[in-house]
Design a protein around this ligand. Structure first.
Ligand code: ADP
Ligand code: MG
Length: 251
């Protein structure tokens, strides 16, 4: 079976700066793979090349064995690549569930765009409800989005990503800016997804990473310097060196 996501020899430079330096990585179906690394290591640049916002200079991105390197963002999304969105354009005056349905409609391609009422179309409503249940927001389905707490707003971002029923989900710092209790909530949501969705997780919160990841890769200066299970990574001297003074890895 092909890996769910395969990165082959990706290279990306910005002028003279090599942001991704011949990076290869395979994610098996159902795996949660965390990518950690200091600021400026190239994590966001890597994510951009996977989602299609950035083109690698050379190398390939394969989704379920298909070469998607030249595909635009929307086409990758339709092929099963999901990501968490920073929601900046929630529609105030609409409920939580309506907002998920609208987001599905907006991103699900032209077939849903014309003359469909997102609030009554079951093709939009069912995935919306299911995603709200998975993210623990069912009780808030009829709440107006503007009445959500910050933590619930972040759960809603995850709900939107899940409503598109991705096979591979890319998460760029889903716990950023969260307090401990909201972080734990997101960890428990992601735990439920384990085995169902292949997840590439970029996250600074090491407790979350060690709680969730099947494997961890450490990115430094655009290269993976170590890859292994949580236990292997915790005790890797190169990882400790790379993080010295910047990150704390709990032993
Ligand atoms: P991370 O997400 O791990 O903090 P980034 O992928 O954002 O790292 O950045 C990797 C390196 O590439 C950094 O040195 C950053 O300054 C540089 N970089 C990222 N995006 C651009 C860009 N659009 N133009 C020029 N340099 C960039
Ligand atoms: Mg980044």
């Amino acid at each position: 079976m092909s890996p769910a996501l395969s990165l082959r020899e990706l290279r990306k430079s910005f002028g003279s700066l090599i942001a991704t330096d011949g990076l290869s990585l395979d994610l098996a179906a159902g795996e949660v793979h965390a990518v950690i690394g200091p600021n400026g290591a190239g994590k966001s640049t890597l994510i951009g090349q996977i989602t299609g916002e950035l083109r690698p200079d050379t190398g390939m991105v394969l989704l379920n064995g298909r070469d998607v390197t030249g595909w635009p963002v929307e086409r990758r999304a339709l092929a099963g690549l999901g990501r968490s969105f920073q929601i900046t354009q929630l529609v105030h005056g609409f409920t939580v569930e309506d907002n998920v349905a609208l987001a599905v409609q907006a991103r699900a391609g032209h077939s849903f765009r014309f003359w469909t009422d997102a609030r009554s179309d079951t093709r939009l409503r069912n995935p919306a409800r299911h995603a709200l249940a998975t993210t623990g927001l069912t009780a808030r389905a009829d709440t107006l989005v503007e009445d959500l707490s910050h933590g619930e707003m972040r759960q809603l971002e995850l709900a939107v990503a899940l409503a598109l029923q991705p096979q591979v989900l890319i998460l760029d710092e889903p716990m950023a800016g969260m307090g401990a209790s909201d972080s734990r909530q997101v960890v428990s949501i992601l735990r439920q997804l384990k085995g169902w969705v292949t997840i590439l997780l970029v996250e600074h919160d090491m407790d979350a990473v060690f709680a969730l990841a099947d494997r961890i890769s450490v990115l430094v200066a655009g290269r993976i310097v170590a890859s292994g299970t949580a236990g292997e990574i915790r005790n890797d001297p190169r990882v400790r060196a790379a993080y010295l003074g910047e990150e704390k890895i709990h032993a």
